[in-house]
Design a protein around this ligand. Structure first.
Ligand code: COA
Length: 156
């Protein structure tokens, strides 16, 4: 971590690398919107790894959205992304995924790989709009038995 990211002021929103003090907000947002959220401890472990990139969008010092991924050779594996309900459909996830793609490319990755719940139509629509492809389905991937769509994006 520690590379600079462009700040993208839009209605007071600013994108930045997550700091240690953002992690509680990231974990709390996860807990609000995911059926099986990653814990604060897990986010702290991820954040401490040199191959992890965690971008946040802040507004008035609050985390409104985040996007995290970890790089393993050519693969940038998605850890998660979410936008607070009150900040949705303003392009924040799109902005994070675009900046994240540029970041991943600069860090040497060639593609993104992620897993999306089969029921998560909104995330699939978001990703497909940005050129991601569903390359397969992994049965019973999630803890509650739900299938995952495996999503892939070739970095430009
Ligand atoms: C999925 C999620 C991250 C989208 O965040 P967002 O900041 O609202 O996304 P954006 O504003 O950038 O939307 C981009 C596109 O996604 C699609 N989209 C977003 N919200 C949508 C909705 N409620 N219904 C249908 N399509 C939607 C649209 O195609 C949209 O483009 P458009 O505005 O030009 O129509 C957000 O809904 C969320 O946090 N959901 C819960 C957590 C989650 O599912 N994370 C992904 C786990 S794999």
């Amino acid at each position: 971590m520690g590379h600079s990211v462009p700040s993208c002021p839009q209605d007071g929103y600013r994108i930045a690398d997550a700091g240690w003090s953002d992690l509680a907000s990231v974990a709390s947002l996860e807990a609000d919107v995911f059926p099986e959220p990653a814990s604060l401890t897990l986010w702290r472990n991820h954040w401490s790894q040199r191959n992890t990139h965690l971008l946040v969008v802040r507004r008035a010092e609050q985390v409104a959205a985040f996007f995290g991924f970890e790089i393993h050779g050519p693969v940038a594996h998605v850890l998660g992304n979410a936008t607070r309900p009150q900040d949705r459909q303003r392009g924040l996830a799109t902005m994070l995924l675009r900046v994240g793609a540029s970041r991943a490319r600069n860090a040497g990755a060639q593609w993104f790989l992620g897993e999306v719940r089969a029921s998560n139509h909104v995330q699939r629509k978001l990703l497909q709009g940005l050129g991601w492809r569903v390359i397969g389905r992994c049965p019973h991937f999630f803890g509650n038995g739900e299938d995952a769509d495996i999503v892939w994006f070739l970095l430009p």
